[in-house]
Design a protein around this ligand. Sequence first.
Ligand SMILES: Cc1cc2nc3c(=O)[nH]c(=O)nc-3n(C[C@H](O)[C@H](O)[C@H](O)COP(=O)(O)OP(=O)(O)OC[C@H]3O[C@@H](n4cnc5c(N)ncnc54)[C@H](O)[C@@H]3O)c2cc1C
Length: 457
Amino acid sequence: MDTNLPKSSHPRLVIIGCGFAGLRLAKALKHDPVQVVVIDRNNYHNFQPLLYQVATGALEADSIAYPIRKIFAGQKNFFYRMADVQRVDTAANTVHTNIGDIHYDYLVLATGSLTNFFGIESIEKNAMQIKSIPNALNLRSYIFQNFEKALLTEDPVQRQALMNIVVVGGGPTGVEISGSLAEMRKHVLPKDYPELDLQQMQIYIVEAGAELLGPMSPQSQRDAFEYLKELGVNIRLNTSIKRYEDCKAYYSETEFIPTENLIWAAGVNGAAVPGLPDAVVARNKRITVNRWNQVEGFTNVFAIGDVANMVTEDMPKGLPMLAPVAIQQADHLAENFRRLAKGQTPVDFKYHNKGVMAIVARNKAVVDLPKGHFRGFLGWLTWLFVHLMTLVGFRNKVVALTDWAFSYFSSDQALRLIIRPFSRRDVKDDKGKKTAEHQASTPQYNPTPPAIQTPAA
Ligand SMILES: Cc1cc2nc3c(=O)[nH]c(=O)nc-3n(C[C@H](O)[C@H](O)[C@H](O)COP(=O)(O)OP(=O)(O)OC[C@H]3O[C@@H](n4cnc5c(N)ncnc54)[C@H](O)[C@@H]3O)c2cc1C
C-alpha cells in the first residue's frame, strides 16, 4: 500500500520529520519539479526552544505549535501523511510506517533527537522530560498538582518533597527552566498558595560538568551562574543524579535530594530510524553524513538537523544540535538537489554561527555573538525578538507577544490550569489495587540544601 499518495511524473522525495529541518526543506522545494512527501507523527510543527515556557505557564501550547497542513496550504507539490515511521528499507527504497509503506526516490531523515537517560531506568521511568508539547503541559500540571497536594499533607517531609524541584542538566534548557521556575516561586506561587511557606521550596540545578551553559563562552557561563544565584536557585556543579527512586534524587549512593519533581534536561541522542546499517549510526544515535548531508554509503538517502552527525575540522564531535544548524542544512540541501538535477557536483556545507543565547529570567539573558558577548536587559530583549521572529505563524507571534507583555507588566503568568489525570500514582492495575510502582513513598527530610558551588574562573 502506498497510503493513497498520487502518482507523479516527478521523483518523490520523502522527508521524515517536520521540525526545523524538514519544514524548511519542504518549503524550499516549493517550486522544484519534485513530489515532496512529509511524514510526521504529529500534525503540527513544534517550536522546541519555547517548550520550557509552556512548562512554566508563560506561554500557551498553541502559540508554539502550528498545523503542518496550514503551513503548506497552497503548495502544490506537497503531501503530508501523519504517521509514525518504524523502519526504512534502503534496498527497496521504502519507508515502513504504522499507516502503510511509502516508496521514495530520495529520502531525507529529519527526525531530530530524543532525551538521553544514559540507560538509568529509574530516571527514565519516574523523571519528567521536556521534548514535546505533551511533556511540557504534563510538567506544568504536575508541578501545580503537587502544590495542591502539599496543602493537604500534615507531614513536613512529604510537603518539602512535593514542593522541591530538581532540574538535571545545566545546558540552556536546564538554565532556562530553573530561572523560569524561580520567577514563578517569587511572583506566582505566593499569590496562589498563601497558606504554604514558600521558603521551604528549593529549586536545584544539578550539572555533571564544571560549569553551566557548557557550549557558551566563559563570560556567559559566569553570568548565568550569578543570575541563578540571585534568584535563589541551588546550583550543584560536578554532580550527577545517579538514580531516582521513592521521590529521592540520589547524587551518591546514600545522599539524595527529596523531590517529587525531577526534570531531566541532561542530554539528547539523535532519533535515528531503524533499518540503516549499524556502521552509519554513531554512538549518540546520530546518522553519519558527509559534507553534502548524504548518509555514508548511499546516493539517495540524506540526513539533516539534529539527527545528522556531520563532523568538520573545527567540530570533531559533530555540529551542534541547534535550530540554526537544522535550518541552514535544509537550505543547503535544497540547493544541492537543484545542482544534482542539473548534473552538477554538490557543494560542501559550511555552518555559519550567528550567535547563541540563553534566557534566565526577565531582564536576564546572555548572548554570545561570533565577536562579542552581551547580557542583561539588552540580552533579554534580543532573545525575545529572535524567538518571536522565528515562531511560525502570525497568530502565534501575536499570542506570544501578548502573553509576554502581560507577564512582564503584571509579574504574573495566566496559565496554570491542571489538565492531566490527578496523579500518575493513582493509576490502578486491572484488579483495582494500586501497583507497587505507584505506591506513595515518604522521602527523608533533608533540611540543609546542598552548598552552592562557584564556577571555575
Ligand atoms: C527544550 C528545548 C530547548 C531548545 N532550545 C534551543 C534554543 O534555544 N536554540 C536552538 O537553536 N535550539 C534549541 N533547541 C534545539 C532545537 O530545538 C533543535 O536543534 C531543532 O529542533 C532540530 O530540528 P530538527 O528538524 O532536526 O528536529 P526536530 O525539530 O526535533 O523535529 C523532528 C521531527 O521529527 C518527527 N519525528 C521523529 N521521529 C519520527 C518518526 N519515527 N516518525 C514520524 N515522525 C518522527 C518529530 O515528531 C518532529 O516533528 C532546543 C531543544 C529543546 C528540546
